[in-house]
Design a binder for this molecule. Structure first.
Ligand SMILES: *[C@@H]1O[C@H](CO)[C@@H](O)[C@H](O)[C@H]1NC(C)=O
Ligand SMILES: *[C@@H]1O[C@H](CO)[C@@H](O)[C@H](O)[C@H]1NC(C)=O
Length: 424
């Protein structure tokens, strides 16, 4: 989830400089030593009560999740003191695709590029009523996997001084986070892309693999504002290897604010059909059917809130403007692509896959892609970005290749297997 900071080399000829944010995934620690068992139980229950709101109805998903249908005004966002009197925006004032006023589209249709509509696994067992939002219930074991109860759903940041303005190989190997992304820099009010969905293999439970877009503002050192959305496989966060829809936000470079999904107060959900953190089903098969999802994030010019849409018809909700500083204005960078953690547990590069686990050169049906990539410009129009740059730390492990053709607009293939003869 760490955003790779890349800046197009304007000052030095053709050299891509990067500052890589450095995070560490803290291994689950034992509570045994300092906190007694009953104390821990008390803390766990207290935190579960905070995260899990009383449901109107609950749905058991085939993957073991419980989806709670929570009254829209009882969702976690309204625990925030600044939101006590907040009036829920039931729809955005503005939609960059001009869909305002259109009646709700229930199933996202994706008929371009031989890909198929997709849904969430829990839909097999029921629906949440109007006026509620579906929330994945946090379980005791979810909290016990986290390094501390309070850190569940947050990211861990490693305090490391800002690296020099050049690629520092030591830093890269230390951080363990690897990316293969395309990005643009400028002034943006949103972004959109369609990405195919896979179930990459994860070598170690403390690693993850994800594909997402980043909407970024501010500086990477301390006050980065970031809105992120995509799919991820994260055994630490969810306790399994399923591919899940996720969102993330921070307003201080992953330090004190922000979280995944609805695991803290922040995002206000209005949609009763899509649950953050729920398993996406089905996923793409190698040389088989390709399933993709579209994500659009845009800023409402009137209220300043950042909205998110999933598929063609699901407006999920919004991040209120007050959460952010820089993004209160506009985004300065958009990134699309994959990220994995390489913990190099056995002294070699991890075999954790990015995307489909295959390199970009293998193309459709084999490699993972982002297609129809667009940005929202200063006139609030969606359009293809002018120039996308690419960035990857170790192209022999995970790579990215940008192209442009008629049907797919701006697109790129990305990903890779991790460890292989060229990436030992
Ligand atoms: C909410 O409204 C009440 C009554 O109007 C007011 O006293 C209170 O300060 C408001 N709280 C916030 C956080 O705006
Ligand atoms: C996830 O996958 C890894 C190997 O890819 C496996 O060892 C582990 O048991 C799986 N975890 C679950 C919960 O299925």
């Amino acid at each position: 989830m760490a955003a790779a900071q890349v800046s197009s080399a304007r000052r030095e000829m053709g050299v891509v400089r990067l500052w890589l944010l450095v995070f560490i995934t803290v291994l689950p620690l034992c509570y045994g030593g300092r906190v007694s068992f009953s104390n821990q139980n008390f803390e766990v229950n207290k935190h579960l009560n905070r995260l899990n709101k009383p449901p109107i109805k609950s749905i058991k998903s085939p993957d073991g999740d419980v989806i709670d249908c929570v009254h829209i005004s009882h969702q976690p966002a309204f625990d925030h003191p600044l939101l006590k009197n907040h009036t829920i925006q039931v729809r955005p004032n503005y939609h960059p695709e001009g869909r305002m006023g259109e009646s709700k589209v229930s199933i996202p249709k994706s008929n371009e590029g031989n890909s198929k509509p997709m849904t969430q696994l829990w839909h097999m067992n029921g629906k949440c009523p109007e006026g509620t939002v579906p929330i994945r219930r946090t379980k005791t074991e979810d909290l016990l996997r986290a390094s501390s109860i309070k850190s569940y759903g947050k990211k861990k940041r490693r305090a490391i001084p800002r690296p020099p303005r050049s690629v520092d190989p030591d830093l890269i190997s230390q951080s363990g986070h690897q990316h293969a992304i395309a990005y643009v820099e400028g002034e943006y009010y949103g972004a959109k892309a369609t990405m195919n969905v896979w179930e990459p293999q994860i070598q170690q439970p403390n690693e993850f693999s994800l594909s997402q877009m980043w909407i970024l503002g501010g500086s990477f050192a301390s006050d980065l504002n970031s809105i992120e959305a995509g799919w991820q496989v994260s055994p630490d966060l969810y306790g399994d290897n399923n591919t899940r829809l996720f969102t993330y936000w921070t307003s201080d470079a992953y330090q004190a604010t922000g979280c995944y999904n609805l695991l803290c107060s922040g995002f206000i959900q209005i949609n009763n059909e899509i649950a953050m953190g729920a398993t996406i089903f089905p996923v793409s098969a190698f040389r088989g059917s390709q399933y993709d999802i579209s994500i659009l994030v845009w800023k409402d010019p009137k209220e300043g809130n950042w909205w998110m849409q999933f598929g063609n018809g699901y407006v999920l909700g919004y991040w209120p403007a007050y959460l952010f500083s820089y993004l209160g204005d506009s985004a300065s960078m958009i990134e699309w692509g994959g990220e994995v953690v390489n913990s190099a547990a056995d002294g070699q590069h991890t075999t954790t896959q990015m995307g489909s686990g295959h390199f970009p050169a293998e193309g459709f049906g084999k490699a993972s892609y982002f297609r129809n990539i667009q940005i929202v410009d200063g006139s609030n129009n969606l359009r293809a970005p002018k120039d996308m740059d690419t960035f990857t730390e170790e192209p022999d492990c995970y790579d990215v290749q940008v192209s442009k053709t008629g049907d797919w607009g701006s697109y790129f293939y990305y990903g890779g297997p991790g460890r292989n003869p060229n990436c030992p």
